[in-house]
Structures are given as structure tokens and as C-alpha cells.
Design a protein around this ligand. Structure first.
Ligand code: NAD
Length: 370
């Protein structure tokens, strides 16, 4: 009897963890009721390296499905049609994709093109009456981001930004711990985001297509991270730029920027964004009662981290699978992630990036009004 109760207790505990185990545990996969709710039908625009990662991750989604593509390269469209079973009627190019408005089989378009193209492409998608999912950075400055927010509001469609960390289990756990006061009064965040960029001819080093340099691409993780880890919005920034290779990192393309953010509570963040140093993917936060270190903190995972209480042991689930299922739930059921990822959230990061660039230019403290 005792051992049976023991068994049942264990089973109950396991069942509590069911949602997090369903991808990896065949025993529970069998017992889980098949999903019968709405499925978000998504077309991906921009079939590059991240678009491919999202498409692969979506194979495991139950609430979202890849059904269409938008690309300027006919051979890629053909490959994707074969690989993901995409019908010809759901294939578009950059000239004709406005016609997507007449396609009832597509609910949302995921814009995964170079940053400088996001604004115009997202607005065209909104005008076609489809929900917009747009990669980070959502635009190349706050004015553009505001235009996107306005256009999506006017078209009554969702605008969601690809902030995959907002669904990542260890990140979510740390945010919950902070919300529950387990770190006490949080006072300091450190974010280090960077890698050594290769090919000097890629769009990421072209001001017009990238909108800037490392800050737009990777520094944004420390900006967004400072905000979700501390749970506050910054009110000032100071920033310093270092450029060691002005040939590779031309005018307007930042190589390395260190920046400091101040928050209303008195908490501060000290961050580094770079395209010219390796192995920089680390968050650290400390408060009056505890601390957390995450390293890697925003890569594709597994994310690793520990707090004053020990190792974080939440499971690794492909970030983009969780994100796309989560976005579907948000659109159909209004279920919000622990931290928002709508256009307004993206706009805040763009306002901070604008302020960081201004702080670099002026060498002074720049006020931020979010
Ligand atoms: P990529 O170069 O691999 O792919 C970009 C795609 O856009 C290519 O298919 C390319 O053909 C297409 N494209 C369309 N018009 C273009 C033009 N005028 N110039 C160049 N390419 C053009 O880049 P990527 O790494 O897939 O990045 C795409 C977007 O995704 C960026 O905004 C980036 O910041 C974002 N991204 C996000 C994550 C994340 O973890 N959330 C990771 C990587 C990239």
C-alpha cells in the first residue's frame, strides 16, 4: 500500500511537470490528449539562416504551422516547398506579397529579413490584414518602430517581436524568482552580449540594411535582458564606443559599445555590446537577498544558470518552438508571456538604442522616456 501511494505520489509530481516534459518523454506523449484548438498558419518572409532555424523548430509546434513562404529566390522557394510541404498558392515574392490579403490559409507573416527592411515589409503585411511577427531589432530606430505600431493598430492586427527568451524556461524561472522577491531588492545587472563577426561584406555590417552594428544585432539582448531581469524601465543612459577596426566597422556601424542604464529604484545596469570579442553571452544580477548568473544567457541554448539557491534545472526546449506556440496562444486566446513581446515592447528597446547612440555622440548622460 505504502509503495503504491509512493508510486501515485511520484506520478502526480511527474504529471505536474507534464507540459515541460511533453517533447522529450514518450510515456507522457502517449497520455497527453491530442491538441484540438486553433493553429496559427504562418508564412515566413526571408528564407535565410534564422528563417531556416524557425522553420525547423516549427515542426514540433502544435499550435502553429508553417504554411507559406515569401522570398526573392525561386530556387529557395522550391526547396522549401519540398521540405515543408508548402502549396504553390502560398508562395510569394517581394513584389507580389501584398496579394496575401486574399489568402485565407495564412494568418500571420514572420518577417525574418535584414533589419532595414522590417518597417516597410511589416507595414505591407499589416495592410494585407495579416498578423505581423517581426524579428529583432523590429526596426532601425524608434520613429520607424512607432510607424509599425501605428500601422498594425490601424489594421487591427497583432505586432509581435521575436523575443524568444520571453518563453525560455530558465529565464522565466529567474523572472518569477525576482517577482517573488527571492533576490530581495535588485540593485545591479550586468549584461555582456557579443561575438566576433566574420565576412566584412555581409548585410550586418552595412549601415543601410543593419541600421547600425553590434548594438542592433546582439547588444539588444543586454538591453531587453536588463529590463526583464530588473523588472523596471530605465530613465537614463551613458555610453562609450570603442572602434579598433574602422575599415570593417564603417561610419554608423558600431563595433563595441559599453553602456550604463539607470532605473527609478536606483538599480543600475552595466552592459557590453560587441562584434569584435568572443564568448560574450552572460547575465549577472544581484540583490539584497540573492544573485543569479546565466551563461550562456541568450544563445540558442541550452541556457545555463545558477542562483544563490543552486543550479537552474528547467528543461531545454527549442526556443523557437515555445515562442511560436506561445505566440499562437497569445493571438487566439490572449495568453500573454511573463514579459510582453508586442510592438510597444520592441519600441521601448528602439528608444533605448536611439538614446545609447545619442549618449555615444554627446559623451553625456541622456534621459530616456519610455
Ligand atoms: P540572413 O542573411 O541569414 O537571412 C536574411 C534573408 O533575407 C536571406 O534569405 C536574404 O536572401 C533575405 N533578403 C531579402 N532581401 C534582402 C536584401 N535586400 N539584402 C540581404 N538579404 C535580403 O540573416 P538572418 O541571420 O536570418 O537574420 C535575419 C533577421 O533575423 C535579422 O533581423 C536578425 O536580427 C534576426 N535574427 C534573430 C535571431 C534571434 O535569435 N531572434 C537570430 C538571428 C537573426
Amino acid at each position: 500500500m505504502a509503495s503504491r501511494r509512493n508510486f501515485l505520489e511520484k506520478l502526480t509530481v511527474s504529471a505536474v511537470g507534464l507540459p515541460l516534459l511533453y517533447h522529450s518523454n514518450p510515456l507522457f506523449a502517449v497520455t497527453e490528449a491530442p491538441y484540438q484548438g486553433p493553429v496559427l498558419k504562418v508564412a515566413i518572409m526571408g528564407l535565410g539562416s534564422y528563417g531556416t532555424r524557425v522553420a525547423e523548430a516549427m515542426k514540433d509546434c502544435k499550435r502553429a504551422k508553417l504554411v507559406g513562404v515569401i522570398s526573392g529566390t525561386p530556387s529557395k522557394i522550391k526547396d522549401w516547398q519540398a521540405k515543408y510541404d508548402i502549396p504553390k498558392k502560398n508562395c510569394y515574392n517581394y513584389e507580389n506579397f501584398d496579394a496575401i490579403k486574399d489568402n485565407k490559409d495564412i494568418d500571420a507573416v514572420y518577417v525574418i529579413t535584414p533589419n532595414g527592411l522590417h518597417k516597410d515589409q511589416s507595414i505591407r503585411v499589416a495592410k494585407a490584414g495579416k498578423h505581423v511577427i517581426c524579428e529583432k531589432p523590429m526596426a532601425v530606430n524608434a520613429d520607424e518602430a512607432q510607424e509599425m505600431v501605428d500601422a498594425c493598430k490601424a489594421a487591427k492586427v497583432h505586432l509581435l517581436i521575436g523575443y524568444r527568451m520571453h518563453y525560455e524556461p530558465k529565464t522565466v524561472e529567474v523572472i518569477k524568482m525576482r517577482q517573488n522577491g527571492e533576490f530581495g531588492k535588485v540593485k545591479f545587472f550586468q549584461g555582456q552580449s557579443g561575438f566576433t563577426i566574420g565576412d566584412p561584406n555581409q548585410w550586418r555590417l552595412n549601415k543601410e540594411l543593419a541600421g547600425g552594428g553590434a548594438m542592433m544585432d546582439i547588444g539588444i539582448y543586454s538591453i531587453n535582458g536588463a529590463r526583464y531581469m530588473l523588472g523596471e524601465e530605465p530613465i537614463w543612459v551613458t555610453a562609450q564606443e570603442t572602434k579598433t577596426d574602422p575599415i570593417k566597422f564603417k561610419e554608423g556601424v558600431d563595433e563595441t559599445i559599453q553602456f550604463q542604464l539607470g532605473f527609478p529604484s536606483g538599480a543600475v545596469a552595466n552592459c557590453l555590446s560587441t562584434y569584435n570579442m568572443s564568448h560574450l553571452d552572460r547575465f549577472f544580477m544581484t540583490g539584497s537577498e540573492g544573485w543569479v548568473e546565466m551563461k550562456p544567457s541568450t544563445g540558442y541554448g541550452p541556457i545555463k544558470g545558477r542562483t544563490h539557491k543552486g543550479e537552474l534545472d528547467q528543461p531545454h526546449i527549442t526556443h523557437q518552438t515555445l515562442q511560436m506556440d506561445g505566440m499562437s496562444q497569445l493571438i487566439f486566446e490572449g495568453v500573454q508571456p511573463i514579459v510582453p513581446l508586442d510592438g510597444e515592447e520592441g519600441l521601448k528597446d528602439m528608444k533605448i538604442i536611439d538614446a545609447i547612440y545619442r549618449a555615444v555622440e554627446t559623451g553625456g548622460k541622456v534621459a530616456i522616456n519610455l
